[in-house]
Design a protein around this ligand. Structure first.
Ligand code: 5AD
Ligand code: SF4
Length: 466
């Protein structure tokens, strides 16, 4: 998953309009794209039950914080925010505070016991219960529902789009994870893997297209293991991820399709051929490696070796020659030696990643790594290794950007550049951000942009005729 938003975010629009007498809910979201999409499901459930959404906590009757447990830092940040909520509550004693998402699932009633400010605790599979729990909390009854489900996919709930651009949207295609990577808390907080009915996915995608959206990102912890069995089908018909990707691509050629995250062990050639076949499926794959050492990968229970992974990369290069590749890396996992670390660096060079999310290993309670292995890489060594991989990735990202100089790319305009009202930003098929003078175009248009320059994070260019 893309955890670029770990610092948290608040939806800035207000739905429905402020000023009516509905109770107002403020939602702050941390963690992965899936969590942001979950907040949209939560908003939908609440609006259907008579609440309004506000972006200003000072106007809120209810403040929800959608949390992430993936690393200790993510949890520390949320505790910090709960302290701020407690300060606000001093001036507004009637405001209810709810913790939802992965920390709710992991810490359960401990959250209410430890933090007096918390009124309700709701896990990722229990969002339909939010209105009931809120009503009870209004009557002074603290509430908790952290039941995980084998079926819940919120398939029938149309998420209320809380992002601002109206151009790109996330669509969850599955929930949970069965992989049990030894370092990872997700299988415990989000439960077992379940795929969402493809019909409901296609309906949601069509609705988005009709509403003017021009890009969807299909989300799951491991999208390549998406598998839907049609219940009661005499032919036992199934839909796998390659099938689903094709169905989504066929909704309209003017709709860009992205997906995240792929597990290397499940990325099939069929999926790669589907990407190659459809112009509107973006040429970018996020393929987390985690470590370049087969020994460490085994300890992580990733179920592939360095060689297996490089074979998958070779398949990507063969089937989609013009494809960008990004990854996730964990440095300083239990027992990692300098030799293992050097293997990570050499693998990064060999693949030549366009982009990477890089993390220090963080021990998560109750995972296999926490229970069975010693977190024995000293903090200063983890820090040094992390800075070495960040430095190398900086060079690789620069090489990747320089490759684009003087080339033209189709770009979907996503919004105004943060730095200048005269400029738009959008992304290339390779998921690289480009900034360019806006001319007479508008958000949601596709334009061709010739890249003339780049900064460490962004491509810079001008609109051209194609
Ligand atoms: N410590 C550090 N990073 C982790 N990730 C998952 N669990 C941990 C952990 N315990 C990283 C992995 C994963 C990404 C979403 O977060 O790289 O791909
Ligand atoms: Fe965690 Fe591994 Fe599942 Fe990703 S694939 S969510 S790292 S258990």
């Amino acid at each position: 998953m893309d955890f670029s938003t770990e610092e948290g975010g608040v939806f800035e629009n207000l739905l429905p309009l402020d000023g009516d007498d509905r109770e107002k809910v403020y939602i702050e979201t941390y963690g992965c794209q899936m969590n942001f999409n979950d907040s949209e499901v939560v908003a939908s459930v609440l609006i259907a039950n008579g609440y309004a959404i506000t972006s200003n906590i000072n106007n809120a009757d209810i403040a929800l914080i959608n949390t992430c447990s993936i690393r200790e830092n993510a949890e520390i940040r949320v505790f910090g925010r709960l302290d701020v909520f407690a300060q606000i509550k001093k001036h507004k004693p009637a405001m209810l505070v709810g913790v939802i998402g992965c920390m709710a699932e992991r810490l359960k009633d401990k959250l209410i016991e430890d933090r007096k400010v918390v009124d309700i605790v709701v896990g990722p599979d229990a969002y339909r219960e939010l209105p009931t729990l809120l009503r009870a909390a209004e009557d002074g009854q603290k509430g908790i529902n952290v039941l995980l489900s084998r079926e819940e996919t919120y398939a029938d709930i149309n998420p209320v789009r809380l992002d601002k651009n109206g151009v790109s949207a996330f669509v969850s295609i599955m929930r949970g994870c069965n992989n049990m990577c030894t370092y990872c808390v997700v299988p415990y907080t989000r439960g077992i893997e379940r795929s969402r009915n493809p019909e409901s996915i296609i309906r949601e995608v069509k609705d988005l297209f009709d509403a003017g959206y021009r890009e969807v990102t299909l989300l799951g912890q491991n999208v390549n293991s998406y598998n839907w069995h049609e219940p009661n089908s005499p032919t036992k018909q199934t839909t796998n991820f390659a099938d689903l990707l094709e169905m989504v691509a066929l909704v309209d050629p003017r709709l860009r399709v992205r997906f995240s995250t792929s597990h290397p062990k499940d990325l099939s050639d069929d999926v790669l051929y589907t990407i190659a076949m459809y112009e509107n499926i973006c040429n970018h794959i996020h393929l987390p490696i985690q470590s370049g050492s087969s020994r460490v990968l085994k300890l992580m229970n990733r179920k592939y070796t360095r060689e297996d992974y490089l074979n998958r990369i070779a398949a990507v290069r063969r089937i989609i020659p013009d494809c960008s590749i990004s990854t996730d890396l964990i440095t300083g996992f239990c027992t990692e030696t300098e030799i293992d670390h050097d293997q990570t660096l050499s693998l990064m060079r060999e693949v030549g990643y366009d982009f990477a999310y890089m993390f220090k290993y963080s021990k998560r309670p109750n995972t296999k790594a926490a229970n069975k292995f010693e977190d024995d890489v000293p903090e200063d060594v983890k820090t040094r290794r992390l800075s070495e991989i960040i430095e190398l990735q900086g060079k690789l990202s620069e090489i990747s950007k320089r490759k684009d100089l003087n080339k033209s790319f189709e770009v979907l305009i996503e919004g105004e550049s943060k730095k200048s009202k005269e400029h738009f930003y959008g992304r290339t098929t390779h998921n690289k951000v480009v900034v360019f003078p806006r001319e007479d175009h508008k958000v949601g248009d596709f334009v061709f942009v010739k890249v003339t320059n780049c900064t460490p994070a962004t491509l810079i260019g001008n609109i051209v005729k194609e």
